[in-house]
Design a protein around this ligand. Structure first.
Ligand SMILES: O=C(O)CCC(=O)C(=O)O
Ligand SMILES: [Fe+2]
Length: 368
């Protein structure tokens, strides 16, 4: 039994963290077991570039089924340049090998949005662990970074990102921006496929994604030292959707929770993205689509790197359950994307105060 499992007299439960709110799922075996997935579907994304709407609709049908039944899938043949992805992984290895003081210049505790460097064991999604055995670097939407060509308005005029200034680290910013731009362009196409999958016009979400909230998190997971360690504790993501590019380790480290409470390994497949639905899309679909619990345990003795890209609508967008997925007589709230996002971030921060009264400088928080 792992640290994230507990046993009551009659049942075993898997515990997880749903954007700051603890949840648990019963482990079902034998005749109690449900019909659920044991592997992620692989979907051929070549059709995302087709000029033919019927090809894109066919792709959307497969995507819709995966979002409903699993909440996760592999995007094969995604078309994002393989050389660019390999170069970004090389940059990650180089960045995380820098001396700690160079990385700590941009310690994420210095910013409201936790942008910059996150040190080992600072994130703690699973309270039963000593913290996430990972280090990371988070950047995201920031109108003051000229690379983003975003309009500077009173609400966007404050810098959010932090970038290292030491000469040995100057390669980092352009390397991350090359990846960020490629992933943002792919995500905008992906959004059209999601709209089609929901039987909506392809451009349905375009008006609320003119200046999307986006994040790249570069992550380094060293090999686990203890049986009870996790790279990132069990959680759901609290954006619209996530694209994960993972390094090629021989052993899978990312794991996805199925309806029977069993962890399904996500083997690294060359040149694919792992795509998952996150909490906002679950909300907007009235729960028709799954925001599936996942975690990372790097048990294969290898260094692992990954670079999730998180995509959400504009910060000031107002969203609610789409009309045709509403149940009669139900009342549905509307929420502002940025406010909801910050609320989830704040819950996450305050549920992981480190030590008494949050001493140790330490607000612990998760990723998305
Ligand atoms: O590293 C990975 O494969 C996934 C990381 C993740 O789940 C997250 O950052 O939210
Ligand atoms: Fe995640």
């Amino acid at each position: 039994m792992s640290a994230t499992e507990t046993q009551t007299e009659t049942a075993t439960w898997v515990h997880y963290h749903d954007g700051g709110i603890p949840g648990r799922r019963r482990v079902l075996t034998g005749t109690a077991a449900k019909d659920t997935f044991n592997a992620l579907p692989k979907i051929d994304f070549r059709r995302i570039y087709s000029d033919n709407l019927s090809d894109r609709k066919e792709l959307a049908k497969e995507v819709g089924a995966a979002c409903r039944d699993v909440g996760f899938f592999y995007a094969v043949n995604h078309g994002v340049d393989e050389g660019l992805l390999n170069d970004t992984f090389d940059a990650l290895k180089r960045y995380f090998a820098l001396p700690t003081d160079v990385k700590m210049e941009t310690h994420n505790q210095k910013t409201e949005k936790f942008r910059g460097y996150e040190a080992f064991l600072e994130g703690k999604l699973d309270p039963s662990t000593r913290g996430d055995l990972k280090e990371g670097f988070l950047m995201g939407e920031d109108a003051t970074d000229p690379e983003q060509h975003r309009p500077i308005t009173p609400s966007t005029s404050t810098a959010r990102n932090q970038w290292p200034t030491h000469p040995s680290a100057l390669f980092w910013r352009p390397a991350i921006y090359r990846y960020y731009n490629a992933m943002e362009a792919f995500s905008k196409r992906m959004l059209h496929i999601f709209a089609l999958a929901l039987d909506l016009p392809e451009t349905y979400f375009d008006a609320i994604t003119t200046h999307p909230m986006t994040n790249v998190r570069a992550v380094h997971y060293p090999p686990q030292e203890r049986q009870t360690d996790v790279g990132i504790g069990a959680h759901t993501d609290f954006c619209w959707f996530t694209l994960v590019c993972q390094s090629r380790t021989a052993y899978p480290a990312l794991e996805v929770l199925n309806a029977n409470g069993l962890w399904v390994p996500v083997h690294p497949e060359p040149n694919t993205f792992v795509v998952n639905i996150a909490d906002f899309l679950k909300l907007v679909t009235g729960g028709t689509w799954q925001s599936t619990v996942h975690r990372v345990r790097n048990t294969g003795g290898e260094q692992r790197y990954s670079m999730p890209f998180f995509f959400s609508p504009n910060e000031d967008a107002k969203v609610s359950v789409v009309q045709h997925l509403r149940k009669e007589g139900e009342k549905y709230d509307e929420f502002v994307v940025g406010e909801y996002f910050q609320k989830r971030l704040d819950i996450d921060r305050t549920t992981h105060l480190d030590g008494e009264d949050g001493k140790n400088g330490g607000i612990k928080r998760s990723g998305y």
